[in-house]
Design a binder for this molecule. Sequence first.
Ligand SMILES: *Cc1c(COP(=O)(O)O)cnc(C)c1O
Length: 434
Amino acid sequence: MPEPLTPGELLALDRQHVWHPYGPMPGKAAPLLVESASGVRLRLAEPVEGQDELVDGMSSWWSAVHGYNHPVLNDAARGQLDRMSHVMFGGLTHEPAVRLAKRLVDISPEPLQHVFLADSGSVSVEVAVKMCLQYWRSLGKPRKQRLLTWRGGYHGDTWQPMSVCDPDGGMHELWQGVLPRQIFADTPPAGFDAAPDEAYTAHLRELIGRHAEELAAVIVEPVVQGAGGMSFHSPEYLRVLREACDEHGVLLVFDEIATGFGRTGALFAAEHASVAPDVMCLGKALTGGYLTLAATLCTTAVADGISRGALPVLAHGPTFMGNPLAAAVADASISLLLSQDWGQEVKRIEAGLRNGLAPAADLPGVREVRVLGAIGVVQLDHEVDMAAATRAAVREGVWLRPFRDLIYTMPPYITGDDDVARICAAVCAAAREG
Ligand SMILES: *Cc1c(COP(=O)(O)O)cnc(C)c1O
């Protein structure tokens, strides 16, 4: 065992050497030091604001749907660890990957039949884009190489995903002029239940029609735009995209990395619209938040197109592709999800969030409160003061990570009613003080 380090020493070394997400080096604010996590609670190495345990309102960025340290997932990981944690996927295969792929095909929209296992969400989007571009190349249409999306989206931090993130006000403004130039439709009108706006659907159809010759694919987050702004839109727009893509010979990609596995109240957000994409990306909750793994699913038409081309292979193969440990935990996590009435749990949390966040609507500086499935959002009319909002939430015993003008939560599905209420109180406190 290495020498134990005190919390003070760890934080000093962290500040000196460790880069954190979306931050400078060293970071602006000291991170909280987590010692362990169990159920919906993060245990801190030393008390902060008088709290040594925080209820997790973030599911570790949408992923830990079953909470932490779950006995079923721990067993799956341990069992697999004793067999092998990894072998290369080139020329070899194994039960965890095969089982997981079959399960993903079984539970996803019917036309999706083939699975590429990647190592992170961003990489799965890179693979999706590569699939689409290569499909058209194989069909002798190499000019079809651009992407269309709507504004307000987020698809990851590597190059192709960044090019379809919201081009204004997002994290990737810096890269304008360097990234591939994609085609942007306006942000979809807000509101899951809002009647579809005909001017907007006409705008989508017109743009897809006008650029069809150069468009490989349309890529969007269905129903919920996550890190791009935590906004919800009518599923009807997905039907419009499906129709317009079919009419004009353009592939449709759904990025369900945030929405997959029940978060919006449907197992996949595409189900709200009863449409199937040609390519679908999954990640985040895929392993129940245990390990990094993502998947790109595609139809047989896409797979055949690529595999009959001049270069009849999909030229992608990460070193840790199909990692057995991650695949075994993912299969156990999905099986655990489906073994319970997860839809009822999400509905229960939705009701708790609606109830608990309602008071925030009357706070000064709050523009809107919105809830869909196990997602609760308070949007301010100003940029949130991160330090003050985080401190306010921690004082209430809750972990939140606000960004831009948004204070939001997507709790683990196992969060009890009392803890949902506590998270809501913390969101309100953060909105008051941030
Ligand atoms: C988080 C996210 C990604 C990127 O996934 P990483 O695993 O962080 O690379 C892509 N798309 C959406 C919709 C996401 O929410």
